[in-house]
Design a protein around this ligand. Sequence first.
Ligand code: PLP
Length: 457
Amino acid sequence: MTPPRNSNAARDIANVLHPYTDARAHQKNGPLVITRGEGVRVFDEQGNAYIETVAGLWCASLGFDNERLVQAALKQMRQLPFYHAFTGRSHEPAIDLAEMLIERAPVPMSKVFFCNSGSEANDTAVKMIWYFNNAIGRPEKKKIIARIKGYHGVTVASASLTGLPYNHKLFDLPIQGILHAGTPHYYHCALPGESEDQFTTRLANELEEMIVREGPETVAAFFAEPIMGAGGVIVPPAGYFEKIQAVLRRHDVLFVADEVICGFGRTGSYWGSQTFNMQPDILTCAKALSSSFLPISAVMVNDRVFQGLADGSAGLGTFGHGYTYSGHPVPAAVAVETLKIYDEMDLVGHVRKVGPVMQEGLRRRFSDHPLVGEIRGVGMIGAVEFVSNKETRANFDPAVKIGPRLVKIAEGHGLIMRALPGDGIAFSPPLIITAEEVNDMLDRFGRALDDLTVQLR
Ligand code: PLP
């Protein structure tokens, strides 16, 4: 149906090129225009309410309204709406936020570098690693290993780290020197008869073989999300990261934890690194850092990395990297207030209480459903994966578009959902969600799943 002239939908179709959207289909289908938010819900132009089952993009952890964050932004806008951090300039919001992040870091960290998005944070980490190795006299040690199905963003280097085909095809990516190791997805990637322990040992061995094949003197770093988010909500089996880190230590390969989704309570610890026993040298975070009210991200580096960067910058007279908005005072002030709210509400405690309601509810209600293969997740992040055959674990023919179909049906039941690669549907609601709201979300999902089952008959 063609939207009325001058409607938001018509003006959107006429003018906006959307991220992560089939631009041709969008010309026909048009946008879902969201006008306001309240708690875990957002509302469209017709006033329909939707529970945001993925907190927008895994990010609005305090939901879609929060007066304290509004006031923090206003106050900072009035006092100092902009200042930068180049050439040693500074301001209190960035200082406060850096100090709070260092205090909360999962392992001892030395310094914080601010950026505006998860992609920028990961690009910055890549550049820091190259700079570090040049500065300490190891110019050969530059290759970076990420993982198939890992998601690290869309800028040139971070899209190269991302291990998903649609982030590479037609873009001429990945760039040189980026490698992808195997995915720790036991359900799909284990060999017949392989135990979880054997599976993780094999993945670690394969990583080591890759490093040795490339030459350890050429491999600089390994990037990993604690739980792979956008690649499918893939939870690593117990022991995986311990074995991977032993390999990295043997070959002096830096470990970067991409905490852009898992940071700030999502997995039931403050950091995903704590849930999965990761000891990163560099940590990137974004999204829930400001509850996504304003864009801000951060890269934390340990002292060893900082010392290398400091030496390099002393040699050149500057660290030649930084964004106009690195540590922008308004998002920084909002992030400071966000972290205070997390402490006051005991966010981690809340996720530990309500996360199991979601995890157990998903498993209890949907495990036996004929379309459901695997249900996975930890804390307040989960996924339901559809299969066409429970025994062979085969996914559906892509032409069936099972995920997008369910997403469309779910809209009619008051849910905004997100389809994942590999026929999955994500659950990553605002962390403030209550047990009652979780049950409401799962009731609605159940009704959508019933409709989908009828449609597929
Ligand atoms: N890293 C992870 C784990 C992410 O999930 C994302 C975004 O979803 C990014 C990086 C990129 O962040 P941004 O979209 O803010 O550039």
